[in-house]
Design a protein around this ligand. Structure first.
Ligand code: NDP
Ligand code: 2IT
Length: 449
């Protein structure tokens, strides 16, 4: 990389930090992308002349709003809602909503920024966005969740539309919440506009496989990565952190593909089952009864529950972080490598800290970054939009085959781009460059936007 290009990248990063004070996660996400773009900028100086990185780092629109709601005891609460519409170069804004007490602008911006490149990698016509609230759904009744979702949508609806912005789920937002959000959108607009939200239930315009898509897609991507080293899932010991939507369906598909997931977790602790995690138990506890993963032991007394434990200390071949950002740090990466872990792929967004990523890349184990490996969720959201647009509904196998094809396509694009730019096997560089180029090449002909 020439000195001029390196200096420009450093200047851009410093400017992002200055313009977005206190947003550490956003800074981290920007840095991780732009520090890999030197080789592409050296080959394509027009991207620098056009100030494409500077433009992409500034969201097209940021919306922050009050969300007042009343709990079951009649007490009033005020939360903050966000929607950051980052880029519409490739299509309407698209990306999930997160309800978690840790949410603030910096989290939504990091997620929205990642979403631009992820969505570009899918090859589908979708721009990048993210939203959410600092609302904590834990311990809330169904009615409280409904009232919150209705209040949230009462403000957000004016910014949405099937050709404008199409939210979906993320942490704390699943099928139940999407239902309440869609119901309120329909009521406020008097439009049955199915394509305005994805992750919908099957009774009102949802797509088969959307619920499974992120976890299944992650397993499909890992299968492709393993194949580049002449390997497959057979007999591999796997760790999957989290026990939410992404984790559950990652475990299910890893088992179908012949691997054995021996541990999963939630924010309170780790469950370790040497016989292999029983996915039916996890589904019942998490999807139906909304309980904690510690209760798994009630049904499988042989399993070991480690309160506040670190899942990455358990010896494994394959690690799939599927909980949250920065959950896998440098010390955990050292443990994984010392225990012989040969492959890591991210189901969560930015779960691996920069220092841990550095160790994986230096050790040359397989490392798949989230914007490529967890793109199956949003890709299937785009398939849901396709079905809504033509008022059609596809069967499970057809939709799953499409998802697998999309994941194979993303894998090939990352793998080939990394090799083309002189970094064979480096999926981080491949994903960042392939995603960036798709967005940049769409922006140039549109003029200064
Ligand atoms: P869920 O809310 O269904 O599950 C989240 C899981 O992660 C829970 O087990 C939760 O534990 C755990 N978790 C959340 N926050 C923390 C934390 N701060 N510390 C420890 N554990 C935590 O969310 P999803 O499965 O949908 O999302 C998981 C990750 O995957 C997120 O990073 C999300 O952005 C990403 N993702 C999701 C997609 C989707 O389609 N849903 C698509 C692509 C990426 P607890 O219950 O204790 O909070
Ligand atoms: O991070 C993600 O890609 C998601 N939460 C899914 C977004 C979507 O629009 O399906």
């Amino acid at each position: 990389m020439s000195q001029i290009v390196e200096n420009r990248i450093n200047e851009i990063y410093e400017q992002v930090v200055r313009r977005n004070p206190g947003e550490a996660e956003f800074h981290q996400a920007v840095k991780e992308v732009i520090e890999t773009l030197g080789v592409v900028l050296a080959r394509h100086p027009e991207y620098l002349d056009q100030k494409l990185i500077e433009r992409i780092c500034e969201p097209e629109r940021q919306i922050i709003f009050r969300v007042p709601w009343v709990d079951d005891a009649g007490e009033i609460h005020i939360n903050r809602g966000f929607r950051v519409q980052f880029s519409s170069a490739l299509g309407p804004y698209k990306g999930g909503l997160r309800f978690h007490p840790s949410v603030y602008l910096g989290i939504i911006k990091f997620l929205g920024f990642e979403q631009i490149f992820k969505n570009a990698l899918t090859g589908m016509p979708i721009g990048g966005a993210k939203g959410g609230s600092d609302f904590d759904p834990k311990g809330k009744s169904d009615n409280e969740i409904m009232r919150f979702c209705q209040s949230f949508m009462t403000e957000l609806h004016r910014h949405l539309g099937e050709y404008i912005d199409v939210p979906a789920g993320d942490i704390g937002v699943g099928g139940r919440e999407i239902g309440y959000l869609f119901g309120q959108y329909k009521r406020l607009t008097n439009r049955y506009e199915a394509g305005v939200l994805t992750g919908k239930g099957m009774s009102y315009g949802g797509s088969l496989v959307r619920r499974e898509a992120t976890g299944y897609g992650l397993a499909f991507f890992m299968k492709e990565m393993l194949a580049t080293r002449g390997q497959d899932f057979a007999g591999k010991r796997c760790l999957v952190s989290g026990s939410g939507n992404v984790a559950i369906y990652a475990i299910e598909k890893v088992h179908e593909l012949g691997g054995k997931v021996i541990a999963c977790s939630d924010s309170n602790g780790v469950i370790y089952d040497e016989n292999g995690i029983n996915i039916e138990t996890v589904k019942r506890l998490k999807e139906v009864e909304r309980r904690r993963i510690s209760d798994y032991k009630e049904f499988h007394p042989n399993a070991d529950y480690r309160a506040n434990g670190n899942i990455w200390e358990i010896p494994c071949d394959v690690a799939l972080p599927c909980a949250t950002q920065n959950e896998l740090n440098e010390a955990s990466a050292i443990k994984l490598l010392n225990n012989g872990c040969m492959a890591v792929a991210e189901g969560a967004n930015m779960p691996t800290t920069p220092a841990a990523i550095k160790l994986f890349r230096e050790a040359k184990i397989l490392y798949g970054p989230g914007k490529a490996t967890n793109a199956g969720g949003v890709a299937t959201s785009a398939l849901e939009m396709q079905q809504n647009a033509c008022r059609d509904s596809w069967n499970f196998d057809f939709t799953e085959t499409k998802l697998e094809g999309i994941m194979q396509g993303i894998h090939a694009s990352c793998f080939e781009t990394a090799a083309e730019y002189g970094f064979p096997g480096d999926y981080l560089i491949g994903a960042n460059i392939a995603g960036f180029r798709k967005v940049a090449d769409a922006m140039i002909p549109l003029g200064l936007i």
